[in-house]
Design a protein around this ligand. Sequence first.
Ligand code: COM
Length: 516
Amino acid sequence: MLRTERVNATFHGRVDEIHEAFRSGGPIIQLHPEDNREFDAIFVGGGAGGRFGSAYMRAMGGRQLTIDSWPFLGGSCPHNACVPHHVFSDCAAELDLMRWFSGQLFFPDMTGKQVSIKQIVDFFKDGRIGAHGIMNYQSAEQLDMEFILNARAMVLDAHTVEVLGQRYTAKNLILGLGALPIYPDVPGIDLKGIYTNVDLVETLAEEPRQIVVVGGGKTAVEYGCFFRACGRETTLVTRSRMFADLNLDHSIREYVLRNMTLRGMTLMESTPLVEVLGDESGHVRAAVVETPDGRLELPCDFLFLATGLRPVSDEIAQTLGLETGPRGEVVVNSRQQTNVPNVYAIGDLTGPPYEMWRARKGGMVAARNCMGEEVHHDMSHYPDFLHTTYEVSWLGLTEEQARAQYPNVIVIQMPPDGLWDIPLPVADRTMLYAFRYPELSGFQKCIIDGDSRRVVGMHHVGHGAKDAFQYLDWMIHTERGFTIDDMADLKELFLNPDHFIQLCRLRAGHRQLINL
Ligand code: COM
């Protein structure tokens, strides 16, 4: 029975409703039958982009319908992507502190202690319904969205979608169908014991013991560091260089890789996976990589693939005649418009970078354009971050890029090159490291064009600076820019995790700026 009236449910009511939908397979429907306007857009896919686009359109006075095959909004983020990754990275950071301080102060003796990965994964799975519930509660009760969940949308044309046997029409379609992990095409890839970040959450059956991670990007590093912090022998192999696709400054790269090795991880670059070997029960027993000296077998019982994503575009591109790119991404212009009039695409469906801001902001940009504005999604710069057992954040230019662009580059950095044991930067979450293991307390670098005095790049390893990077990225890219003098004029909340304010203030008095 379709429910088509407005429902006022509590958060717990929404959680119960999702439990029931998972159990029965039945739909969750929230429509406003008293509203007889045509939909301004149907969002096919209610992930981050669909949900934020829907909310924005609704707030602008538009009418939207959002359809998703899961019984909750928010997409893969609260289910098997970003939220579990953050849970695991939190565990990794806690465990890292416990391991360095094993048996000291109030820390337990962690010598040789393995922590159950499966228990942490199950812990996440037991709790994720709360994240699902927040999505549905907020979307319905606070944002007044219309949606049909736990139901498949069949797109018939650029204005028509069929769901649960009923046709809905709209002025526009906004597609947010996401992307899925890629499995490399090598012999043995179907063996048991091979996981992506999605499989890890959905199907982990046994405790991983000896781990090989394939990939050199964010996912490989984040999950690899988590596995290592849980006490597993962990080897990362990548066919190119670590972080090859990320705009990491060379000092940050060096600090991060050094710290991963310090924690006992093995890192292998230019070593592509060429085969996976199994035992008689069909379970992985080794990953085979190609090295300059020939094939090398790396024993493992758990192979973690972080070899990229592919947009879920094949079917929809064929149905609507959408132009796609080499990775299967739906090609869009800066207004999120596809080559088919009135059809927009957002989020992971449009290819890398596969980031939250891109999805949410893309949804908002699409919604505004559907509502008659002309709005462009500026992708020319963005702040970025990844987790190791630290938070690593960066924005703007690397030192190398700045030197190629400006004749007078000033670097404000801590610790100075090679002086790892200076306990700076230091702040909340790194205080203990700074007092006992100063070389572990983080790294920071601020890059300034000495002539204009404008900040052009910032880079940080530690904890707590990420938040500021979101605002700083916007500030340095305004026409006015953001200078070392502006920085010196700010009021720091000591001990501020990034230290940029006080370090810049120590140098800003110089008419001719000098390094620090
Ligand atoms: C966050 C999902 S888990 S959404 O971006 O709020 O929809």
